[in-house]
Design a protein around this ligand. Structure first.
Ligand SMILES: [Zn+2]
Length: 147
């Protein structure tokens, strides 16, 4: 896949991570979102494609303690020394850039109609979506909408 990492760094007091891709594009990811989407066996149940980390256990003010990267992966250490790895392709697909957001909006939502609060009202499964929606990170609800 065409998504090698050129540079990854923590920004905004470590509350954001910015990736500069080899092709010159840039993506920004909130630390809280990265922590919530940790793919390690302690946090994520691959067989069920579901998160194990409880939303109550998530610190919305979490910052990145340590960050290293290579072309294919970003490695993050959290304040409690939890360790997460994110593959370049996985991150690229969930890119928070304006362009990617707009593309997803077009694909997933009817123009001018925010589907998330409606779905949440009718499905307790989407409580996480609602929480993340309150952070104004609408794109984070994508996984839930697709469930
Ligand atoms: Zn984890």
């Amino acid at each position: 896949m065409h998504c090698a990492i050129q540079k990854a760094e923590a920004l905004d007091g470590a509350h954001l991570m910015r990736i500069l891709w080899q092709d010159g594009a840039e993506s920004v990811y909130p630390a809280v979102w990265l922590r919530d989407n940790c793919q390690c066996p302690d946090c994520y149940l691959d067989s069920a494609k579901a998160r194990k980390l409880l939303i109550e256990a998530l610190d919305v003010n979490i910052g990145i303690k340590g960050l290293t990267f290579d072309r294919k992966k970003v490695h993050i250490t959290w304040p409690n020394d939890h360790y997460s790895e994110y593959e370049a392709g996985w991150l690229k697909k969930r890119c928070f850039s304006q362009q990617a957001r707009e593309k997803l909006q077009r694909e997933l939502f009817l123009p001018g109609y925010d589907v998330v609060p409606f779905l949440f009202k009718h499905s307790p499964v989407l409580s996480r979506a609602s929480f993340l929606h309150s952070l104004n990170l609408n794109i984070l609800t994508t996984d839930n909408v697709l469930l």
